[in-house]
Design a protein around this ligand. Sequence first.
Ligand code: UDX
Ligand code: UDX
Length: 482
Amino acid sequence: MLFKSVYYRELYNIRIVRMTKIKNICCIGAGYVGGPTMAVIAHKCPDIKVTIVDLNAERIAAWNDEDVNNIPIYEPGLSDIVASARGRNLFFSTDVEKAIDEADMIFISVNTPTKTYGVGKGMAADLKYIELCARQIASVAKNDKIVVEKSTLPVRTAEAIKSILDNTGNGAKFQILSNPEFLAEGTAVEDLLRPDRVLIGGDTDEDGKEAINALVEVYANWIPGEKILTTNVWSSELSKLTANAFLAQRVSSINAMSELCEKTGADVNEVAKAIGMDSRIGSKFLKSSVGFGGSCFQKDILNLVYIAKSYGLDEVADYWEQVIIMNDHQKQRFASKVVKTLYNTVSGKKITFLGWAFKKDTNDTRESAAIYVADSLLNEQANITVYDPKVSETVIYRDLDYLESRKPEENRTGLEVANDAYEACRDAHAIAVLTEWDEFKTYDWQKIYDNMKKPAFVFDGRNILDGEKLEKIGFIFQGIGK
Ligand code: UDX
Ligand code: UDX
């Protein structure tokens, strides 16, 4: 009987879900999301040809660099994955049209920055790159394609993409899927190899199901079926924004408590541990810090706030906006604490930043708290020296210049970049830890202390150092939330 019902169900499934086998994937956007995601797909699916294209020729050249250690994105384990597949079934190219033409499935993984002009300025996602991609796909495609949204997008963007494709194309049929990326930078390869879940949203009609199934089959090469979740398109798009909003909210929540801890004598690490052991709360994402950064949290919450406002849901919008307000406050509070502790002036004093990246194990600096703390301290005329194991001088100055707080020359006079942490700390009045790189924990802190101006201060914006040990050496030490 059981056998029979399974048999009928399978027959039924075969009848309603036609199978499209994907042979050729193109991904537009060779960034922090597109690059690692496609490299892992190629690595795990040797029968699928994966071509990643990007308008930025320099970036593509770096992905193709003979020495695989020179790929443009630093992620633990990524160069090995790229080495395993590059030239076999993984290709990087600037020939966008050829790759679109050849592909059965096209991932759009271009950036969607916060709008800097017009309606929704400072809040809404700027979808101009997405639209350009859709128009290009429509003009090139000669046969039916499945288009996958990988970029994080406002709800109902798939509808707009579909409308552009259907109205500007040459008669080819398109299915749009939403397949948001949940990888975190610094652990991207691990997150892609063993994700908590994969989410695929698509149309609920027969063609939609067929497209969803085609993508499920790709992931099924290495991900267990029960971890592949399928939903309608809008749920999928909104789930991505919601996941990032919830994660960021946890960081802002614990950071809010850190300020209260500092006033009351409680220790935020102890509070985090105590609440995290409640299985309903859970222990992850409760590390108090100088503030969250990264390309996603702020952008996605602003996007959510904008969507809520556009539906007249002011209470919903205000609720989520508070997560950003708290985060800005935390960065500002850190900078003010440095000034206040250094006897209310940092003018002409050397302050060394350990770390510039928005978190450890990445060379990405987008929205990093370090940028805003540096900007505040430069306003106070501090002399900053930065050491980060993976971030280049060019990127650091680009980040600061982007704020347009002062002339580029002034940023170069006020801030210098060092290649060696011990040299960076020499003659400093204070050290501020802005990124939680593991190597900072293993430094010879006695040696650092000996070469600093006294009293020597350490402000640990990530709570990674052993404060008691540092105080024994002679440092005046301040963590977050203690
Ligand atoms: C981006 C978005 O920020 C994120 O919201 C989304 O989830 C995935 O895409 P990321 O990969 O980190 O994330 O962005 P980025 O590293 O800037 O890469 C985007 C790439 O797209 C760039 O290399 C850019 O040159 C390329 N691009 C952009 C194109 O090839 N064509 C375009 O029209 C626009
Ligand atoms: C995030 C999401 O985690 C990921 O699922 C999504 O796809 C993209 O956005 P990412 O921004 O790469 O990933 O890194 P994440 O680990 O989430 O960290 C974001 C910021 O929060 C970092 O600045 C990090 O230092 C900070 N953070 C994180 C804390 O301050 N405390 C914590 O407990 C956790």
